[in-house]
Design a protein around this ligand. Structure first.
Ligand SMILES: C[S@@+](CC[C@H](N)C(=O)[O-])C[C@H]1O[C@@H](n2cnc3c(N)ncnc32)[C@H](O)[C@@H]1O
Length: 273
């Protein structure tokens, strides 16, 4: 079968891959780049590889996320291992990374990434600012195993530990978190997400704020004076997060938007006095 024959087959079409997902499959399975699809549509593909692509497409068409089928995904230019024990990092979380980079500036800060999952945020920050000291934690031992494997493969020196919230945490200049923030019983969540991604990574109590509330309540005990806490949250949680931050006497409370202009991250500072 030719390259274009495989990619235009009904099974592959039914997988409804985005163009970046198609790039990933072509690159990983067929060893061809986007440009090859244009320049060499008649390239003959080995039968075994055709079968592999059709099998992957079939699983995706049945609802399984491509990242879990391949065992990999890309985040902020890093290729990360994923497993069904961890949330698949979303491009939206790059807003958290950008916001952390802004507060870090050029300082050699000590940083903690709480609720790290695959290690996406911690690893991305370490890759971009090798001079900072990065630690990362998660309640899930399986997630920490995946994050550690990612750090080793990417040669990034990040310290990982298993912890519930700030358990075992030290004192940092910057703490960032993309915690679970979906309310239990929220009927708007994509059923495919609920079926495939870990509940621990998604849901946080009846109002979705159970973990965020603890981070805002306890964060100042783990920050230096003037240190920053940055939290990714749901699109409709800005008001609740800002109210919590005010109630716990944080300063410089500011919500940042993602590229689509949606409220995505709120950051706050520990006052000096
Ligand atoms: C939304 S996922 C985010 C993963 C990663 N930061 C990312 O952006 O891809 C939330 C993560 O928080 C972890 N988690 C849930 N409850 C936690 C808690 N109480 N303490 C620490 N981590 C927790 C989950 O295991 C999951 O890995």
């Amino acid at each position: 079968m030719t390259l274009s024959g495989v990619l235009n087959s009904p099974v592959v079409q039914s997988a409804e891959w985005t163009s970046s997902e198609l790039d990933l499959v072509c690159e990983q399975v067929l060893d061809c780049a986007r440009i090859d699809r244009v320049l060499e549509p008649h390239r003959v593909i080995d039968d075994a590889l055709v079968d592999r692509v059709l099998q992957i497409a079939g699983r995706c068409a049945a609802g399984e996320p491509l990242a879990y089928v391949l065992g990999w995904c890309d985040f902020d230019g890093l290729r990360l291992q994923v497993s069904p024990d961890v949330l698949i990092p979303r491009p939206d979380t790059e807003t958290l990374v950008q916001s952390a980079l802004e507060v870090i500036g050029s300082r050699p800060v000590r940083l903690l990434d709480v609720c790290t999952g695959t290690g996406a945020v911690a690893l991305s920050l370490k890759a971009r600012r090798p001079e900072i000291d990065v630690s990362a934690s998660d309640l899930s031992p399986e997630a920490i195993e995946v994050a550690q494997a990612n750090a080793v493969r990417l040669h990034l020196a990040v310290r990982f530990f298993i912890a519930d919230g700030f358990e075992h945490a030290g004192i940092y200049d910057v703490i960032c978190a993309n915690p679970p923030y979906i309310a239990e019983h929220d009927s708007r969540v994509d059923p495919a997400v609920i079926q495939h991604e870990p509940r621990l990574a998604l849901f946080a109590g009846l109002d979705g704020l159970a973990v965020i509330r603890r981070l805002i309540q306890d964060g100042q005990s783990h920050l230096t004076a003037g240190g920053w806490l940055l939290i990714e949250h749901g699109l409709d949680q800005r008001e609740a997060v800002v109210e919590l931050a005010q109630a716990h006497r944080w300063s410089h409370i500011q919500t940042l938007q993602d590229l689509a202009g949606r409220d995505r991250v709120t950051r706050m500072r520990k006052p000096y006095a």
